[in-house]
Ligand binder design. Sequence first.
Ligand code: CDP
Length: 207
Amino acid sequence: MSFTIAIDGPAAAGKGTISKAVAAHFGVGHLDTGLLYRAVGKRMLDGVEPIEAALALVAEDLEAEGLRTADVAQAASKVAAIPEVRSALVDFQRAYARRAGGAVLDGRDIGTVICPEAEAKLFVTASAEVRARRRYAELSAGGAETDYDTVLADTKERDHRDATRSDAPLRPAEDAVILDTSTLDIDAAVAQAIAVVAAKRKDGDTA
Ligand code: CDP
């Protein structure tokens, strides 16, 4: 049986941590789809044409070093606005979503475009300031030299690009449950996400 859990939302809203915890709780796989765009973005920074990079992408590329930097995040959101890049990455994501046992996919368009039939959909969000504070802490802990104002400006720029692109813009699916993590600590956010998914799995049992 497959059971797809779609977790979308803007940059640094907590999707990654929540998705990992949800996948571990239900014993299913987890695909961070942002890594696909980051891998293509990184190759573009290395001088490769983005559509070619997307067509040539393989699973091992998601384990490359240096995908989490701020420069690669910006490059990712630029290549993510190219329709041919997005379409080159669809099959990989859908195959993962339908793997036996179930899967969590986190990204921007999982509930709207990649898996509109997903059994459970969450849209994880938080204020831009809270998200920038979290991302700043993450980047600083990783040794990056940056400051909060730069991270806030970057976050807003990326959100704007993601939400206004014509192909698969960032927005909640109509049937997504919105989880605002602005005032939640990570344990509370994870507990709420698990509760939403558990209720959907129960619905499935009785349907
Ligand atoms: O970790 P963070 O939320 O900062 O970013 P990410 O999920 O790794 O995504 C990096 C960029 O890839 C985003 O800003 C989007 O432009 C793009 N992306 C997308 O367009 N569609 C997805 N399903 C996932 C990411």
